[in-house]
Every structure is written in structure tokens, then in C-alpha cells.
Design a protein. Structure first.
Length: 70
């Protein structure tokens, strides 16, 4: 697996791997990524301007991953 909690921690910085879960969804060819407590209290309590974490999802798209070669 290339997208691991430790790889996400390195990419985002400042998050401990215990706060990150990666759950594969093979039926969809997708991953569910949960970065707990990264919004400082959630959507309704976060002092951040990006309440829903949309900037984080955009930042994730820039994460470099090794592409397996056959």
C-alpha cells in the first residue's frame, strides 16, 4: 500500500499516525481517508476559514505516490 497513515502524516505534517485511518473500498476502487481532529473541533467549532476541509482534499491531490511498474 502506498497511501498509508505514515505517508499521509508526512504529506500533511503535524498529524500523528494514530489520528489517521485509511480504509480501502475495493468495490469502488477508492480509499476512505479520515484525519481525526484536523479541523480543530469539527465543522461547527473550527476557527478555520476552510470549515469542511476542502483545502485539505485539494492538497491531498498533490501528494506524490510511487506508481508500480509491471
Amino acid at each position: 500500500a502506498v497511501v498509508t497513515p505514515s505517508a499521509l502524516r508526512e504529506h500533511f505534517g503535524g498529524l500523528s499516525p494514530a489520528q489517521i485511518t485509511v480504509t480501502p473500498c475495493p468495490q469502488l476502487g477508492a480509499l476512505v481517508l479520515v484525519l481525526r481532529n484536523s479541523l480543530g473541533g469539527g465543522v461547527t467549532r473550527s476557527p478555520a476559514l476552510d470549515l469542511h476541509g476542502k483545502t485539505r482534499s485539494s492538497y491531498l491531490l498533490g501528494m506524490r505516490v510511487a506508481w508500480p511498474t509491471a
